[in-house]
Design a protein around this ligand. Sequence first.
Ligand code: SF4
Ligand code: SF4
Length: 362
Amino acid sequence: MLLMTAAPSTPNTPSNLDVATRIVQLGRDMGFAAVGIADTVLTHEAEGFQAWVAAGHHGDMEYMARHGSKRWQPDELQPGTQSVICVAMNYWPEKALDADEVLAQRDTAYVSRYAIGRDYHKVIRNALQSFAEAISEQIAAHEFRVFTDSAPVMEIPLAVKAGLGWRGKHTLLLNRERGSYFFLGEIYTSLNLAQSAESATDHCGSCSACIEICPTKAITAPHRLDARRCISYLTIEHHGAIPIEFRSAMGNRIYGCDDCQLVCPWNKFAQTASVPDFEVRNGLDAAALTKLFAWTEAEFDQRMRGSPIRRIGHERWLRNIATALGNATPSADTISALQSRADHPSALVREHVAWALAMHEA
Ligand code: SF4
Ligand code: SF4
């Protein structure tokens, strides 16, 4: 049986309402696209999360199964937390080549649009730290800790509570004014703040475009993602061989996948990034697969410095590109690029190269 203590709900007094309003305004003034306040009660969300892990849908993201109740009891992760300040920061890179156009070019690498610029962890963490310090200086002194996709934090349920949007059927947060191309971040604060206006209601309606478009059928039901089938998971989080059943469906996607967001009608309201950090670096919006495949490990490390892609390392980078080359045009360039890695020291790379070459012999 799951034992959880829910924090007592906080009555909205004029003072905590006023402080919350000023904090939201300060965050907007500091450049966040949206700011809201959530309380720390995640009882219902914890049950859904535990069922997802129990079903094994997290694949080998073992960190998801760790940390126990720290994930749904913010006060355990950061003692003294009474409220969570949630923020959104838009990331869509204005100058990147059209995503659909790149996906249609078999010999060009597709990199998820959130990852073609600077590592968002650093950008958002720094912005949150400045925001939290400004709250102390300008509004009310507080104890705090900042997070962005880096600790056992239930980011989306907290953002829903904070009124930043609703969880779409693809499981990402959606907002009527900005679609889904934004990062989330949180400040766990000792301040006892009034929760933002009611959580946004679900506006997916009868749409199921994301479920239908998913190349690997990873969205097994509305709001249910089997990460083990998701290209984003397979190309970023997964360490071993990419299961053969998903390799053709990966197409030219070498790092992440945006299909379920690209098709979402709410993304016609998406806004471009307001900071230059998320603009294209290293031509990653439309680079030739063969060119990226030729990078040595030293080149990969050097070029990917400051990029979220560096985390997967050169071996998985080659694994992903070899798979995409197996789906590319069977040209002399493709074959020669693959052959150049046929004797790579990594068995993982060699196996994906062999598979790709076999695809072109078939
Ligand atoms: S990211 Fe791609 S593979 Fe994953 S659920 Fe969305 S469409 Fe499917
Ligand atoms: S594509 Fe349709 S169902 Fe999927 S998240 Fe967007 S609105 Fe919801």
